[in-house]
Design a protein. Structure first.
Length: 200
């Protein structure tokens, strides 16, 4: 599975095309906010949210519109430019989850949607999980979703998350919380940094 940097190096237009795709889908009235609805439902009002690998900002932007304080971080400066222009309600920064610490901490919840974690090089996966872990407050949660066949088996991901210190609380087969089964081809994992209860 190529990293995002490799994808964009091979096709410099990829980032603009990616951002344009989501804008087109929204303009067509397509529902592209399923991830945001789940994160919003899991969160206290006015939560601090980290959109890890935020892309062009569609998820974090929607959460900001719902009243949360959002920081989005992505390795791609072109996508961050789109996010800044399209969703000024949130804060957006260029950063590599696997190479840099998150510029803020004490987040109530973090989310990595859109297969983000599978675009991280194998050698950077543990660091990325640890950097998000360290950015969460005790009891904070990290919700990760991606599909199979992308070079990171579900059990391998969960094992690495546990080794970093996360507690695996729930595993779903979709962002609308379908039951995860042995033959599921998509996983949404709800991980928690142990400590104070999220609602406490």
């Amino acid at each position: 599975m190529p990293t995002w940097k490799e994808v964009t190096a091979a096709n410099p237009a990829h980032s603009h095309n990616f951002a344009r795709k989501w804008k087109t889908l929204r303009a067509q009235g397509k529902d592209i906010d399923g991830e945001a609805r789940l994160i919003d439902a899991m969160s206290e009002r006015h939560s601090r949210v980290l959109d890890a690998g935020c892309g062009s900002g569609r998820l974090g932007g929607e959460l900001a519109k719902r009243g949360h304080t959002v920081l989005g971080v992505d390795v791609d400066p072109i996508l961050i430019e789109h996010a800044v222009n399209d969703y000024p309600e949130a804060r957006w920064e260029v950063g590599d989850l696997s190479e840099e610490e998150i510029p803020e901490d004490n987040f109530d919840i973090a989310v990595a949607a859109g297969n983000v974690m599978t675009f991280i090089a194998t050698e950077g996966r543990e660091a990325a999980l640890r950097n998000v872990f360290n950015a969460l407050r005790p009891g904070g949660r990290f919700v990760v979703g991606y599909g199979e066949g992308r070079g990171w088996g579900f059990e391998d991901f969960l094992d690495l998350a546990r080794s970093v210190g996360y507690r695996v609380d729930f595993i779903f087969a979709s962002w609308d919380m379908k039951v995860f089964k042995e033959n599921s081809t998509f996983m949404v994992a709800v991980l928690t940094r142990p400590g104070a209860d999220l609602l406490g």
